[in-house]
Structures are given as C-alpha cells and as structure tokens.
Design a binder for this molecule. Structure first.
Ligand SMILES: Cc1cc2nc3c(=O)[nH]c(=O)nc-3n(C[C@H](O)[C@H](O)[C@H](O)COP(=O)(O)OP(=O)(O)OC[C@H]3O[C@@H](n4cnc5c(N)ncnc54)[C@H](O)[C@@H]3O)c2cc1C
Length: 354
C-alpha cells in the first residue's frame, strides 16, 4: 500500500496454504487501495504438498517444493506475522495468537489446512510423527536421512499408519530414499517398513486394481503391508542406541492383538481440523471443518472466509486434497475483493474429479 493511503479496512489471512499463496500473489499484482493485508503464518516457508513425497524420495530440494512466504508477503505488500493462530474472538473480530497480541480484522480468510486425526489413539499424539504440519514432519525426516546416511549399517524399523493415497505414497518414497543410501554405501537394505491400514485394501478411494497393484509393489520393495488392522495404541518401548544418539522404540498395538515394534511411526490418517475453529463459535461440521457457502464464506459469520482443507463447502463437499485448495484460490480472491468493495459475492462450483 502507498504510504499516504489511509487504511480503511483490514484483511487478515491466517495460514499460508495453497489458496492463500494464490490470493497473496493476486493481491500483489492488483492491490486494493486502502486495504491493509496481513498474513499470520506459523512457518516462513510453506510446502506444496503434492511435491512432499518427491522431497522425501530425494527428487526435489527444499526450495523446489516450498513457497517463501516472506517474499510473497513483500510482493503482496502484506504484513507477515510469524506466529500461530490459537483462537478467534468473533464478537470483536480479532484473531488470537500464541505469542503476539490479538490482531483485528474487518475481513478474515482461513487457509490453515488439516492434520491427521491422532487424538483418539492413546500414545499417538506423543510418540508418532504426524505427516502434518509438514514442516515438523520434514524436520524429523531430514534427521532420519542424515542418521541413516552416516550409519547405513544400522537397522531401522519404520511404520506408516494409514493406507490411503498419502500413506502409500509416503511409504514408497521412504523406501526409495533409504534404498538409494544403502546402494550408495554398497550395503543390503537395513530398513524394515510396515504399513498399517484399517481397510481390507489400500487406497480405498480408488478402484480395486490400483490398491492391489500398489500392495504388490510395496511387497516387492520389502514392505510389510498389514490390512484390516486398526491401530489401537502406541506404547513406548526400550531406548536403544541409534546413529550418534538414541531412539526409543514404539510398539504399534492393533485391535487384533498384532504388535509390531518400530523406531519411527508416521501418522497419515484421515484429516482433522484445529479444535479452536469450532470453539470460537464458527459453524463447523462434525469433524470440525469450517462450513462455507458457495462463495467460500462462513455460513455463520459473513466476515469470515475459508478455503482449502480447513473448509467444507456445504453444498459441494469434496475430499481433502491440495488440488481443491489450489482451485479455490481464484474464487476466494474474487470474493474477498467483492466483500472489500461491499458488492454481492459470486458462487462457484468446485470440480468433481481430481
Ligand atoms: C503425504 C501426502 C501427500 C499428498 N499428496 C497430495 C497430492 O499429490 N495431491 C493433492 O491434491 N493433495 C495431496 N495431499 C493433500 C494435501 O496435503 C492437502 O489437501 C493440502 O495441503 C491442503 O492445502 P491447504 O491450503 O488447505 O493447507 P496446507 O497446504 O496444509 O497449508 C496450511 C498452512 O497453514 C499453516 N498453519 C496451520 N495452522 C496454522 C495456525 N494455527 N496459524 C498460522 N498458520 C497455520 C501451515 O503451516 C501451512 O503453511 C497430500 C497429503 C499428504 C499427507
């Protein structure tokens, strides 16, 4: 915004997800006079999730698959606040932050994604690595890769919980990356990889053939696939030396009685929403996702918009996938501009196939 332009409205973005990355770019290309744009984000670099398994497999670098939100904010002339939103005060239109005073808004847009649901399984929240937030997951993964590269002769036992597309893709990427390390060291694989899935076939959201084929590929690559196994508890096992440090074993305990000991457990189950959304009074569905109309506007609070995984369109619910978050970017921008101009909003219908 130009220095001499009086600020008449505050537009606050929470989360630098896929829809907001597009929105910020568009606001940078075509700014709205008199509007102060603020981005609240808990990370300075946000990942493009579709490339995450490629990063794990060693195909992409960090920079390849991350968007630098500081640079994007500069381009959009937005103030970037590096902090985690922890609540909303919807009576006074303020976002509550973990480490800063509340930030007031006239218009608010939420694109904070989702995390795998773990809380119902005892031990999972403390002793597993959820695949989201991705920054945290990648921090753990980078450490594992460094340790395996330094000590490829040491056995490592890993588990992935969740046999949907994300879990299967992640399992293949893990195996592929570590295999490269073993081959470079001229050693046989020291990886034991278990994939646990509640259903009786992998990626149930796709046809039977795809699930069977992926099952076969995983087994060819040495992974142990446990179908119809619901993980009921994660128990902490003994601490052992691993690499230059220590790792405490985790026992993956299934309802059937099957128990498998692993060093690392990655959690890639069904998406869930942050608790503070529902507790702030926003209308949400049973899983806590913000209910929005065809204009991506909250059905309970018209000054609040939401897009990406965190939003569920009441008339057009879709699976939680990054492609929808990307496609919602443009309609979100259009409607935020119209809201700022006090004009009627435009509806849109998301694509069915992806
Ligand atoms: C292994 C794996 C592979 C996947 N592959 C694909 C794929 O190939 N194609 C596909 O379409 N989908 C894929 N998905 C699904 C995809 O990850 C999500 O649907 C997508 O990331 C949703 O985008 P989003 O914009 O809603 O949120 P996100 O991309 O999750 O972005 C949310 C942002 O908000 C930030 N944030 C979160 N909470 C807060 C807070 N409280 N305060 C401030 N900032 C916050 C986060 O740090 C992040 O930067 C995959 C998922 C996984 C786990």
């Amino acid at each position: 915004m130009k220095d001499n332009q009086p600020i008449t409205q505050d537009l606050v973005f929470v989360g630098g997800g896929h829809s907001h990355a597009i929105a910020l770019k568009q606001f940078g290309m075509n700014p709205v006079p008199g509007v102060r744009v603020t981005l609240i984000t808990d990370v300075s670099h946000t990942p493009y999730s579709g490339m995450l398994p490629g990063y794990v497999a060693g195909l992409y670098s960090f920079d390849d698959c991350h968007i630098d939100l500081q640079r994007l904010s500069q381009f959009a002339n937005a103030v970037m606040v590096l902090d985690r939103a922890v609540g909303l005060d919807l009576q006074h239109n303020r976002v509550l932050l973990a480490n800063h005073p509340p930030i007031a808004f006239d218009w608010l847009s939420l694109d904070i994604g989702s995390t795998p649901a773990t809380l119902t399984v005892p031990g999972a929240a403390d002793d597993t690595v959820p695949v989201k937030p991705i920054s945290q997951f990648l921090h753990n993964w980078d450490r594992i890769v460094a340790e395996v590269a330094a000590h490829p002769d040491q056995p490592i036992r890993m588990a992935v919980v969740g046999g949907g597309a994300g879990g299967v893709e992640l399992s293949l990427a893990i195996q592929s990356r570590l295999q490269q390390i073993y081959e470079a060291a001229n050693l046989p694989s020291n990886l034991t990889l278990h994939l646990f899935h509640r259903g009786d076939r992998l990626i149930p959201e796709r046809g039977k053939w795809a699930g069977q084929k992926l099952h076969q590929i995983l087994e060819q690559r040495g992974a142990e696939v446990h179908l119809s196994e619901s993980v009921a508890e994660i128990k902490r096992g003994e601490v052992r030396r691993w690499g230059d440090g220590e790792v405490s074993a985790k026992k993956v305990c299934c309802e059937s009685g099957l128990t498998v000991e692993c060093d690392w457990v990655f959690w890639v189950t069904q998406a869930s929403a942050a608790n503070w959304l529902a507790s702030s009074g926003l209308a949400t569905n049973q899983r806590g996702f913000v209910l929005v109309n065809n204009c991506l506007q909250s059905v309970s609070h018209p000054r609040v918009f939401a897009a990406g995984d965190v939003a569920t369109m009441t008339h057009h619910p879709r699976p939680k996938a990054g492609v929808f978050a990307v496609r919602q970017g443009k309609p979100l921008v259009k409607n935020l501009r119209r809201a700022l101009a006090h004009q009627p909003l435009h509806s849109f219908v998301p694509q069915k196939n992806f």
